[in-house]
Write a protein that binds this ligand. Structure first.
Ligand code: IDP
Ligand code: MG
Length: 143
């Protein structure tokens, strides 16, 4: 099924000049960029985005990290885009991520792991709507 998912290139990756390389990985794996913005998140924006994690011990560190440098936020579209993006990203902890995944190649730690990707259809809808007005998302394959 053709789906859309939300991707974030995190501050550790933008700071190391990896935007183009990471976008290339998505495109090589059949994911198309259909909306994009670069910005530095505010603390309230990052807290709202990660609200499902608000009780976790790393929450404050995570939001501070996400606001520490610019991020590139994009909507990716393709066949099974949500699961496909998670496969291309690799496991949360770069030390556990499969060879050739973005996190294995570039992640610095379980927190500074270079990319975010939605984990379900419901999350993808919330996350896309969080950053993009619906009329601003181009679509190759969805009506
Ligand atoms: P995911 O990004 O692979 O979906 P989640 O469990 O949803 O992983 O966690 C969201 C983000 O929180 C991770 O990508 C990572 O940046 C950070 N994180 C997750 N677990 C830890 C941890 O144990 N310590 C510090 N940061 C963590
Ligand atoms: Mg997650």
């Amino acid at each position: 099924m053709i789906e859309q998912t939300l991707s974030i290139i995190k501050p550790d990756a933008t700071a190391r000049n990896l935007i183009g390389h990471i976008l290339s990985r998505f495109e090589e794996q059949g994911l198309s960029v259909v909306a994009m913005q670069m910005c530095t998140l505010s603390l309230p924006e990052a807290e709202g985005f990660y609200h499902v994690h608000r009780e976790r011990p790393f929450f404050q560190d995570l939001v501070a990290f996400m606001c520490s440098a610019p991020v590139v936020i994009s909507v990716l579209e393709g066949e099974d885009a949500i699961a496909r993006n998670r496969t291309v990203m690799g496991a949360t902890d770069p030390a556990q991520a499969g060879e050739g995944t973005i996190r294995a190649m570039h992640g610095r730690s379980i927190e500074e792991n270079s990319v975010h990707g939605s984990d379900s259809a419901e999350t993808a809808r919330f996350e896309i709507d969080y950053f993009f007005a619906r009329g601003k998302v181009y679509s190759y394959d969805l009506s």
